[in-house]
Design a protein around this ligand. Structure first.
Ligand SMILES: NC(=O)c1ccc[n+]([C@@H]2O[C@H](COP(=O)([O-])OP(=O)(O)OC[C@H]3O[C@@H](n4cnc5c(N)ncnc54)[C@H](OP(=O)(O)O)[C@@H]3O)[C@@H](O)[C@H]2O)c1
Length: 250
């Protein structure tokens, strides 16, 4: 680890895609704050794995939909590592599942609210720090933002579409301050969050992907590493699909 090592906060990195992003950024020399909401053991395990591989990480509990907890998360990175270079907004706040005809409005609107809060609060807390160091933000969106992806996922798609527009607005405001902001939009990916999908539905969803398979957390993490690499400093305001060609049709 060098004195010029960069610091990254990855929200929701106690498991799934976030944990893989944390391990990948650490392997590329970032000191990482592994955030979780309520899984201290899982977060500690991610930190242990990073340290065993020669990296540096700390775990920090914070519900990033809450402004004061999001501020404390960013402050932890600054206290612990002296600044912030990378914010990855990845936390998976739930799906708000239900058919549009019957879903309770509080469930629907609650999902949209939580999705935006989980991006908004860490972003507001992080922007001044990122501006000091020419930092980067990556938002984890979803191809569900393009339209109906799976049954009963209207709230999720609506929330991710709103996240995309929010991210572009952040990108525009942050650009003059030297902060690059992009969105990564994965398609179907195998994690704990998708384990519950019945095999028959999974097979139907995979059949619509031209590459004939779901993505992996490792592929997403490598794309995040690309978007946060100093070599891609002129890349901002982009929504990048990582979907095995799903937008091309089958
Ligand atoms: N899996 C897919 O197919 C897929 C496809 C497209 C996009 N994505 C996006 O990729 C991201 C990660 O998804 P995933 O499948 O890896 O999710 P996951 O396996 O369900 O992991 C969720 C992570 O988010 C954390 N979290 C949840 N609510 C939080 C909160 N309020 N504050 C802080 N952390 C919180 C969890 O921490 P605790 O354990 O403490 O609750 C956990 O670390 C999400 O934004 C998701 O929408 C996923």
């Amino acid at each position: 680890m060098t004195a010029t090592a960069r610091t990254a906060v990855v929200t929701g990195s106690s498991r799934g895609i976030g944990a893989t992003i944390a391990r990948t950024l650490a392997a590329r020399g970032h000191r990482v704050v592994v955030n979780h909401r309520s899984s201290p053991q899982a977060a500690a395990q991610v930190v242990k794995e990073i340290e065993a591989a020669g990296g540096t990480a700390v775990a920090h509990a914070a519900d990033v939909t809450r402004p004061e907890e999001a501020r404390a998360l960013i402050a932890r990175a600054v206290e612990e590592f002296g600044g912030l270079d990378v914010l990855v907004c990845n936390a998976n706040v739930g799906l708000g599942q239900g058919e549009v005809a019957t879903v309770d409005f509080e469930v629907f609107a609650g999902k949209v609210r939580d999705e935006l809060a989980a991006a908004f609060h860490p972003t507001q807390a992080a922007l001044p720090e990122l501006a000091r160091r020419g930092g980067r933000i990556v938002y984890l969106s979803s191809e569900a933002a393009r339209g109906p992806a799976a049954p009963a996922m209207a709230a999720h798609g609506t929330a991710k579409a709103a996240l995309n527009v929010y991210a572009l607005c952040v990108a525009r405001e942050a650009a003059p301050h030297g902060v690059g902001v992009n969105v990564l939009s994965p398609g179907l990916t195998r994690t704990e969050a998708t384990e519950h999908i019945p095999q028959e539905m999974w097979d139907r969803m995979v059949a619509r992907i031209p590459q004939g398979r779901a993505g992996t957390p490792e592929e997403i993490a490598r794309a995040v590493a690309f978007l946060t690499d100093p070599a891609t400093s002129y890349l901002t305001g982009q929504i990048i699909s990582l979907n095995g060609g799903s937008h091309l049709g089958r």
